[in-house]
Design a protein around this ligand. Structure first.
Ligand code: F3S
Length: 62
């Protein structure tokens, strides 16, 4: 599974690193990034949960 954050869409709500800190983190620009991709299999479920929990659908997993 690959994960990415669309920086043009992210509003910096901070939910994704809170749900899945193994894959997502906030950067100095106040927006999230997927810093571990491909996503390790043991955290795929939580990465998916983070994607579904993003209020603006800025996270793409495939
Ligand atoms: Fe941004 Fe969505 Fe994460 S708004 S901080 S990508 S939950």
């Amino acid at each position: 599974m690959n994960a990415s954050v669309d920086k043009d869409t992210c509003i910096g709500c901070g939910a994704c690193p809170s749900i899945c800190p193994e894959v997502f983190k906030m950067e100095d620009d106040g927006l999230a990034t997927a810093y571990v991709t491909p996503v390790p299999s043991e955290v795929e479920a939580s990465a998916q949960e983070a994607a579904e929990g993003c209020p603006v659908d800025a996270i793409h997993v495939e």
